[in-house]
Write a protein that binds this ligand. Structure first.
Ligand code: ZN
Length: 79
């Protein structure tokens, strides 16, 4: 009897605290992940047929790129 009453009394307050904690934890991590992904996305929009030169960082059409002997794919101006 005493044990059951003790559990009922202690069960309610912790439950209310957990709800507040869960809400805070549930909101923060997704926001942090979203902002992190947005930062990694290149600022300049690129089409599927366009590439960014690793040397001058300009976006050119695929036809403007030359694959060098060292394996680096750069635009004609940088080749
Ligand atoms: Zn270039």
């Amino acid at each position: 009897m005493d044990e059951l009453q003790a559990r009922d009394r202690t069960a309610r307050p912790p439950t209310a605290d957990l709800d507040e904690v869960d809400t805070a934890d549930g909101v923060e991590p997704p926001d942090a992940d979203m902002s992190g992904e947005e930062l990694t996305v290149p600022v300049s929009p690129m089409r599927s047929d366009e590439l960014q030169c690793p040397r001058c960082f300009l976006v050119h059409h695929r036809s403007q790129f030359v694959l060098r002997a060292d394996g680096l794919n750069v635009c004609r101006e940088c080749s």
